[in-house]
Design a protein around this ligand. Structure first.
Ligand code: AMP
Length: 126
């Protein structure tokens, strides 16, 4: 069950379809816990999405429902992907959008990994 206040997981969201192999992705990394692929509309020289294999709508859902093994496995996968991309020394940014104000478009929890240049302000001025 999703946590209260959130819609149920949508099995037809685009990342669910990527996980099932119904839609191609430009894959970088995959293990038991996570899949990483290039964002289709990159906002930085490196823009990768890392998603858990499990069905979680959002960060809140993942933190509440995932097992400790899933949380550890996923978190470590994010760091491995960043390291494999050579981002450890220059640095990078990870970001997870949640809900309407967060700008979340795809209702399968994902972390954006940005790098390849200085990334500027954390949140743009409106
Ligand atoms: P968010 O707004 O945090 O939900 O981010 C969703 C991200 O998914 C956006 O950056 C999109 O460019 C990206 N995206 C949507 N469809 C695809 C796809 N088929 N392959 C790769 N990235 C995608």
């Amino acid at each position: 069950m999703p946590i209260s206040g959130l819609p149920p997981y949508d099995d037809n969201n685009i990342f669910a379809r990527i996980l099932r192999g119904e839609i191609p992705s430009n894959k970088l990394f995959e293990n038991e816990w996570a899949l990483a692929f290039h964002d289709i509309n990159p906002q930085a020289p490196v823009h990768v999405l890392i998603i858990p294999k499990g069905k979680y709508c959002s960060f809140a859902d993942f933190s509440a429902q995932a097992s400790e093994a899933e949380i550890v496995g996923f978190t470590r996968a994010v760091v491995v992907v960043a390291r494999d991309l050579g981002l450890e020394a220059p640095g990078y940014r990870i970001l997870a959008n949640q809900g309407e104000h967060g700008g979340q478009e795809v209702p399968h929890f994902h972390v954006h990994l940005f790098g390849g240049r200085p990334l500027g302000r954390m949140v743009p001025r409106e």
